[in-house]
Design a protein around this ligand. Structure first.
Ligand SMILES: O=P(O)(O)OC[C@H]1O[C@H](O[C@H]2O[C@H](CO)[C@@H](O)[C@H](O)[C@H]2O)[C@H](O)[C@@H](O)[C@@H]1O
Length: 373
């Protein structure tokens, strides 16, 4: 038996809710830790049983939930389809031959380990030094669900591109990057008109959930996040009810579920995949065939970017996960420490390549000079 998400439809209302159930198939299970989009219609439908389904999906998004432990056979077959990017390093490099590698990095769960308190999700100095080196050799962007200022306060590298609020708020390097197109900082906000509404819903949600112990709210500028990592599971139903009652008043907002977090954001067609395409365009690679984007992320929202890479048939996605997940990524890494090793290997490979190219150029110059004499 394994766990899968199935869509439960209500024929009368046409409402769909994605819920995790136990089924006996050999396909890799959906990830605990994956997120589920609960449609607006579904939210309105929630009552008695439906709230239970919602709580089930909250449980499924918990990677540490005991019922969600993957079978080792599932993991092995998943790893065949999504091999370690470290094991496949040489193949990855050879696929990028003659192309400009552009790096896209998610933050939480990719550059920093998942921790209880979102305000304490610090990146190690070693990881920061690695990303700094990476940005010296490749255009590099951080693409996060957090608001741009917050993720910048963790990463603190001015030479990077930042796409905050799930890509809805993009800014180019403020200094120190040779990849700054035309010397100008790119600035793009996909949903500015939603700012007052997000502030309002944030306050309403804060108010509605304040009596539930352990709830942590985060205002991610274009997205309000309700964390339930520290909420007793017995209170999840009550939390779902409260969130639902607030959202009834906001038909222009959409609710998605991340890693023990509800994320409330505008219903616009913009996501991390669109942000990736926007950044490639800003860097001058819109219609290029000689670009090789690499996107590393751990969350369901990163799937939009993995999917774009598959559709463009360019570069590849790497999913950070210790457990099997349905993914559009080609490769996997287990945790942030492996991400760091992978990034360091990229830097080392690039340094060696540049040194080799320099030596060859010098030899050619020497031969030319000797032929002139
Ligand atoms: O796109 P990301 O950079 O991965 O951001 C997604 C969300 O990450 C953060 O929440 C997650 O990490 C927290 C710290 O480890 C953890 O406590 C929480 O349970 C996770 O959901 C961040 O706090 C959210 O705002 C981001 O949307």
């Amino acid at each position: 038996m394994t766990q899968q998400n199935v869509v439960e439809s209500n024929p009368k209302s046409g409402i769909n809710l994605t819920i995790p159930v136990k089924v006996s198939v050999s396909k890799p299970p959906p990830a605990p830790g994956s997120c589920i989009t609960i449609s607006r219609k579904t939210l309105l439908e929630i009552n008695g049983n439906k709230i239970n389904s919602w709580v089930d999906s909250m449980r499924a998004s918990s990677p540490t939930h005991h019922k969600s432990a993957p079978l080792s056979a599932d993991l092995t077959s998943w790893m065949v389809q999504h091999p370690s990017a470290l094991d496949m390093f040489e193949q990855i490099i050879s696929a990028s031959k003659g192309k400009q590698i552009v790096m896209f990095l998610d933050y939480d769960g990719t550059l920093s380990p998942i921790v209880e308190d979102p305000d304490q999700a610090f990146m190690s100095d070693a990881m920061r030094a690695t990303v700094r080196m990476l940005a010296r050799y490749f255009p590099t962007a951080i693409v996060s669900g957090r608001c741009r200022d917050k993720v910048y306060s963790f990463v603190r590298l001015a030479e990077l591109y930042y796409a905050g609020s799930h890509g809805m708020d993009i800014k180019g390097p403020s200094k120190g990057s040779k990849y700054k197109k035309g010397g100008q900082a790119v600035l793009f906000q996909a949903a500015s008109e939603f700012l007052p509404m997000i502030d309002e819903v944030y306050k309403a949600l804060q108010d509605a959930t304040k009596s539930i112990e352990g709830v942590r709210m985060e205002n991610n500028k274009f997205c309000a996040s309700v964390h339930f990592r520290s909420v007793d599971e017995k209170k999840w139903g009550e939390l779902a009810q409260q969130v639902r009652s607030v959202l009834k008043e906001y038909p222009k907002l959409l609710l998605t579920q991340g890693r023990k977090v509800f994320e409330i954001r505008p219903t616009i067609k913009w996501d991390k995949g669109k942000a990736l395409e926007f950044l490639l365009e800003s860097l001058g690679y819109a219609n290029c065939t000689d670009v090789f984007p690499v996107y590393i992320g751990d969350d369901r929202t990163d799937e939009d970017a993995f999917k774009v890479l598959r559709e463009r048939d360019q570069g590849f996605g790497i999913l950070v996960s210790k457990i099997p997940k349905d993914t559009h990524a080609s490769y996997s890494l287990q945790e942030p420490s492996e991400v760091m090793v992978f990034l360091r290997r990229l830097v080392e490979w690039k340094k060696l390549t540049l040194r080799r190219q320099f030596r060859i150029r010098r030899q050619i110059e020497e031969i030319k000079a000797s032929l002139r004499n």
